[in-house]
Write a protein that binds this ligand. Structure first.
Ligand SMILES: CC(C)(COP(=O)(O)OP(=O)(O)OC[C@H]1O[C@@H](n2cnc3c(N)ncnc32)[C@H](O)[C@@H]1OP(=O)(O)O)[C@@H](O)C(=O)NCCC(=O)NCCS
Length: 191
């Protein structure tokens, strides 16, 4: 795991974005809460952060951030995405060293900044580091089948749809959702 943390556990830059690892503290939680409180629940229906989809308070935002950091302790990294010094999103990845696989998780970009190719830009960077520096063999990504924006974004990044787990997730409204699994192999990676 040492190499994974060496390559990924730091602030990163893409053409237009900064990916920053934020310390877990009250000031940063406030920064995240100030952004999330402006978002619409309907935009996050396929990527709920809580039973109510979005946090309803600063305290809840703090709990989410703590939880995400805990998930990263053994094999993950969490970044907050900044554009022109403004917080606009989030991305987490995990590494399964035994199968040389990077797993991407829980990306979000605030609605005002969607449609600019930012998600694809973030993943281009992850691919570059995973395949060129970490020597991973595979990157996997997932989304709900009805999450058209996410589905299209993953396909546009050149990922292969490996399969769909039918009705394997229950959404916040109690409905069953189909979960899609995608991957890109090192042999398919185009710089
Ligand atoms: C899914 C999500 C992360 C996609 O973010 P995004 O930054 O808009 O996605 P992309 O990087 O793929 O950008 C897509 C659009 O930008 C356009 N675009 C503009 N400039 C571009 C550029 N320089 N490069 C590439 N695409 C560009 C593309 O044409 C595309 O438009 P289209 O969807 O009309 O075809 C975002 O919709 C989101 O946060 N949703 C809510 C949370 C969520 O569901 N997360 C995913 C959980 S699996």
């Amino acid at each position: 795991m040492e190499r994974f943390f060496e390559v990924f556990k730091k602030d990163l830059e893409t053409e237009r974005l900064e990916l920053r690892i934020l310390e877990q503290n009250a000031e940063n939680a406030k920064l995240v809460w100030n952004v999330l409180k402006t978002q619409k629940m309907s935009d996050f229906q396929y990527a709920p952060m809580t039973d109510d989809i979005l946090p309803k308070s600063l305290e809840e935002t703090c709990d989410i951030m703590k939880r995400q950091n805990q998930w990263c302790e053994t094999n993950g990294v969490n970044w907050y995405i900044f554009y022109k010094n403004n917080l606009i999103g989030y991305q987490r990845i995990h590494y399964w060293e035994n199968i040389k696989t990077v797993q991407c998780a829980d990306v979000w970009i605030v609605r005002q900044f969607q449609g600019n190719g930012f998600n694809q830009e973030i993943h281009k960077k992850i691919e570059e580091l995973a395949f060129d520096q970490l020597d991973a063999n595979r990157i996997c990504r997932q989304c709900m089948k009805d999450n058209k924006k996410s589905f299209n974004s993953i396909i546009k990044s050149g990922f292969h749809l490996d399969g769909i787990d039918r009705q394997s997730v229950i959404g916040p409204d109690g409905s069953y959702m189909d979960h899609c699994h995608f991957s890109k192999l090192k042999s398919e990676y185009i710089k």
